[in-house]
Design a binder for this molecule. Structure first.
Ligand SMILES: [Zn+2]
Length: 188
């Protein structure tokens, strides 16, 4: 799923008012770790890609906002290593806007669902967000389960669910609950 920030968003004087539009543009997924709000227990926040402390003028600029989970937003904080509001990274340190074309060349996902980095900048971001310490694989698995659960839920509601599917539904439900409890324990 490609994240595209709308360009026709009317300007607001309070960035909190952009929340619904931003949530929609980001598919309810954290721009940095890829976690869906459905598998997040600590909620989402609006991150300023260029921090307010670096560029106050972009505080309410929609094109500077990233939908972020609580954990990623806390870890990014006021970090802006280039110290230049015009330059997001110098090829070694800095950040890449999740909506930019180049994002996938820096960070991606392994077949098992863990986050991996491909460049020096990717490695820098990986370190800032502490992906090596976070359950990115479990988050991915939870999202897959949540998706399957939703698919089964549709069948369940149309009352065409076979006994075996009903069992699968509860199995997935239980597995998902366990994973979510585990993730909560990990601060996600
Ligand atoms: Zn995140």
């Amino acid at each position: 799923m490609k994240i595209v920030r709308r360009t026709d968003q009317p300007a607001e004087n309070d960035y909190a008012k952009y929340r619904d539009a931003l949530m929609e543009d980001f598919w309810s997924i954290c721009g940095y770790c890829g976690k869906h709000i459905r598998v997040s227990r600590r909620g989402f926040e609006i991150d300023h890609f260029v921090p307010i402390s670096t560029d106050e003028t972009r505080k309410n600029d929609y094109s500077n906002l990233v939908m972020s989970c609580f954990t990623c937003n806390r870890k990014k904080g006021k970090k802006w290593p280039t110290k230049n509001k015009e330059i997001c990274h110098d090829g070694k340190h800095g950040f890449v806007d999740p909506t930019s074309e180049e994002y996938d060349s820096h960070l991606g996902r392994s077949s098992s669902g863990s986050i991996e980095h491909y460049t020096k900048v990717g490695k820098y971001m990986y370190g800032v967000f502490k992906f090596h310490l976070r359950p990115t694989e479990l988050v991915w698995k939870s999202m897959e389960l949540a998706k399957r659960k939703q698919e089964l839920y549709k069948i369940k509601n149309s009352s065409k669910l076979e006994k075996i599917e009903l069992e699968l539904f509860f199995e997935i439900q239980e597995e998902l609950d366990q994973l979510l409890d585990h993730l909560l324990g990990k601060g996600e």
